[in-house]
Design a binder for this molecule. Sequence first.
Ligand code: DHB
Ligand code: MG
Length: 214
Amino acid sequence: MNRSVLIREYIQSTFVQESDAHKKILSASHKEGLPQIQVPSSVGKLLYLITKLQNPKRILEIGTLAGYSTEWIRQAAPEAAIITIEPNPLHAKLARAHHPTLTVIEEDALITLKRFSEKQETFDLIFLDANKQAYSQYLPLLLTISKPGTLILSDNLIPREEEINNPDPKDPFATSVYAFNQSLASDPRLETILIPTIIGSNGRLDALGLSIVK
Ligand code: DHB
Ligand code: MG
């Protein structure tokens, strides 16, 4: 194992305890052959602690998979209303099976976000962990459904296998993520930092964005 994987193992074994609910979600998503791209438990615990600090009443998650990160957030804010967007029917079905009180909206997030924006819905906490190619299109909509104090958490802000902040223009994934980062950095309504994260089986460095809406 390389050093990043060892560091993550150390952090997880020392500071992270998954609940039975987390374990059930992981085993179901494994059994159903979902991509194993949920946040590592170390990032799950980070989401949990940030959520606890904020005590949000209304939470929006964009990109559910089987609801593993949702479970970390739910446990930190058991009274909150949580809406999650997941266009894949199998993923949405698994998420519903594991979260009876969760609202799972099964459609492309851009459509949902446009509707929420028109209806002037607002959220206290938004966790973005969806289609990276669309991140740069999501941001203006996220700002319209935010209010002062809204937290926007964004997963995977350092694309893999790319020169840092100099993506191949033909790579729509990395181009979108770096454009998103640039918008986070320059938008006068946001204060942002990226928190490095260790993800995947070989422990690559990625980052979780933490933004506060002014
Ligand atoms: C991967 C990781 C993620 O956290 C994600 O949201 C999508 C993909 C990955 O490692 O490929
Ligand atoms: Mg992710």
